[in-house]
Design a protein around this ligand. Sequence first.
Ligand code: ADP
Ligand code: TRP
Length: 324
Amino acid sequence: MRKPILISGIQPTGNLHLGNYLGALKNFVELQNSGKYDCYFFIADYHSLTIDFNSSEKSSEILAVASAYLASGIDPKKSTIFVQSQVPESTELAWIFNALTPLGEVERMTQYKEKREQKLGTDVGLLTYPLLMAADVLLYDAKFVPVGKDQLQHLELAREIARRFNNRFGKTFIEPQALLTKTPRVMSLNDPAKKMSKSLPEGCLFLSDSEKDIENKIKRAVTDSGSEVKYDAQNKAGVSNLLLIYEALSGAPISRLEKKYSGKGYGQFKTDLVKLVTDSLKPFREQKTSSIKLKSMLNAGAKKAEKLASKKIKVVKKKLGLLD
Ligand code: ADP
Ligand code: TRP
């Protein structure tokens, strides 16, 4: 029997960091290795054009995500890795969804409203972004989509679009299900009230950071005036964030970590965390697949994705009464 299709994408928008790894990549690898799905992981380069960008950096940002996919353990023999813009059917389908989706449904998306308020873009793509995302998923008949909480609303819209299309034109699309990533939000090392993000580089552990950078950032990470390694998100947000990172990377539950460091103070805890993070991120520092090899892997992935995409778009056009 064919395995259900699972798909997800990451935007190439600069340096990837520990939040991206624990919030997305690590989960992708676990899903791949479960053997339960036919996995497609792509690089959402068209989506990334809705965020201010520099064209001279875009191709290296795209290859950096491809390289991070490999370093994290996504294996091109098990999963299909490709670049969104190399399978043009997703933008074709996105146009069709643009034509068939009431304006109000995209205008009420939280991410759109927030970005507009924060003046993080004024281009039309900011509004129609979830329609391209719906196309990314529905084009491949994906049943499962691992995403963070912030993307749930977009996925719900994709389900609505599938339902409406099926009702009007006959069963065409599968309604995709979100697989919510279990990992907690990783917070900034120097401001645990904010999420770890590349826009706050000081408190952000980048996957490409050197051992020295990792050590400096963790040693300087904000804690509190106490000395007890204990989880207390309210009163000890800094230490709690470090404990969450420790737990996520080591697999040891926080309760065991609290016992291990009881009475030992923050020094030993931080030293061990430096070692854990340094070891965990080693594959990213050492990933040296050449651009040529990465590109050829991505071309092969696009060819495979294209096979599904070209079949599907033909079916969709036919249902709409278009000529093929
Ligand atoms: P950034 O905030 O650095 O711009 P993105 O918004 O591009 O990161 O995030 C890409 C992916 O990584 C998303 O799936 C998101 O859920 C996840 N992610 C980003 N930051 C974090 C974080 N601090 N903790 C957990 N997951 C995160
Ligand atoms: N919007 C997602 C993000 O910012 C990236 C993305 C684009 C995506 N298309 C997708 C994720 C399709 C899952 C499925 O994180």
